[in-house]
Design a protein around this ligand. Structure first.
Ligand SMILES: Nc1ncnc2c1ncn2[C@@H]1O[C@H](COP(=O)(O)OP(=O)(O)OP(=O)(O)O)[C@@H](O)[C@H]1O
Ligand SMILES: [Mg+2]
Length: 323
């Protein structure tokens, strides 16, 4: 850990207010980290295992940055417990004094990236590229402070590969690591050895609460359903618009309930949809709240219904019968 001596001391016992409006006490170490980040704004990459307090810290940091008059953005690279945009996507949100820092207030994204899955492990490429694109978007807007909230995949070859390449592309100014035991040592080591970022290591606050599998599933379902709840329509979809391109004579029924990303033809994801196969007409329709600016659809790797129930992962190679 670097620059601890430079960290300003702040009165201990300061109070943060977390997403679900509970009042929570941040340890003074966290308060000092926030102060340091506000005084030296840049891109801040948050890293930690499941339920380590990343999102709560990130939102509090963003809130404080806004209060300090900094142009601030949040990039949400968690495609499962997502804060910005629906699950299966990465999201960007510009925040200011008018922003309501609640799940509902943050749900609508200013930028989206389509990953098409809730299993980061198998989808490192779109996860990394879409996160990078959203950070670029925030930088292009002139944001002073960009909070990058990442997924909880931090260990093993996949976790290390994901974090290494994200850090390599994004080049954050700071990495904030939330540690319990030694679980972050390998990725913290990578950040220290391979990047120019200042690494701030924080202990996971004892108050951080673990969520059960059911709670996590419920919040995922609600977030997905909320996305489709307002103004969703059905659109007929031509089989020629997909990425990857469908093989000749492809059975369209195999795409029923597949999640798709809607792309504007200029490198931006404008929304997501769910495909629906109509056996009477042998056609595909897409259900989505977005109706404009779509030039192509990216096939995801998960089936879902619009109430948010996951119907299982899909391996496109198996579906296409190709390598
Ligand atoms: N400093 C804190 N004091 C009290 N409660 C906290 C604190 N930080 C987080 N929490 C609570 O702990 C729970 C998990 O926190 P949070 O969602 O920020 O973790 P996370 O690392 O982002 O989780 P995930 O792995 O799901 O992304 C939440 O209910 C949150 O309100
Ligand atoms: Mg989180």
């Amino acid at each position: 850990m670097q620059s601890h001596q430079e960290v300003k001391t702040v009165p201990s016992g300061a109070v943060f207010c977390c997403r679900d409006k509970k009042r929570i006490h941040m340890k003074s170490e966290m308060e000092r980290a926030v102060d340091r980040l506000i005084e030296n704004p840049g891109a801040v990459f948050l890293m930690g295992a499941l339920d380590s307090g990343k999102t709560t810290f990130g939102l509090e940091l963003a809130k404080r940055a806004v209060a300090a008059g900094l142009r601030t953005a949040i990039v949400d690279a968690d495609v499962v417990q997502s804060t910005i945009g629906p699950p299966t996507t990465t999201g960007l949100r510009f925040v200011d004094a008018a922003t309501e820092f609640s799940p509902e207030g943050l749900r609508v994204a200013d930028g989206l990236g389509f990953v098409g899955s809730m299993i980061p492990k198998g989808h490192l490429l779109p996860l990394i590229t879409s996160t990078m694109k959203l950070v670029n978007q925030a930088r292009a807007r002139g944001c002073d402070l960009i909070v990058i909230d990442s997924s909880s995949l931090v260990s093993g070859i996949y976790g290390q590969t994901l974090k290494y390449f994200k850090l390599d592309l994004i080049s954050p100014d700071f990495v904030v690591a939330f540690e319990r035991g030694g679980e972050l040592e390998p990725v913290v080591g990578l950040a220290q050895r391979f990047t120019a970022a200042e690494v701030i290591e924080l202990e996971v606050a004892p108050e951080v609460r673990s969520r059960s599998v059911d709670e996590r599933m419920q919040s995922r379902e609600e977030a997905f359903a909320a996305y489709f709840a307002h103004g969703s329509s059905r659109w007929r979809v031509k089989p020629t618009v997909f990425m990857p391109t469908l093989p000749p004579e492809f059975d369209l029924a195999l795409l029923d309930e597949l999640v798709v990303g809607m792309e504007d033809g200029d490198g931006h994801c404008v929304g997501i949809g769910v495909l629906e196969y109509d056996s009477g007409e042998d056609i595909l329709r897409m259900i989505s709240p977005v109706s404009e600016g779509v030039r192509g659809l990216r096939l995801g790797s998960i089936r879902m219904d619009i109430s948010g129930r996951a119907k299982g992962p899909v391996d496109l190679r198996q579906l296409f019968g190709t390598a």
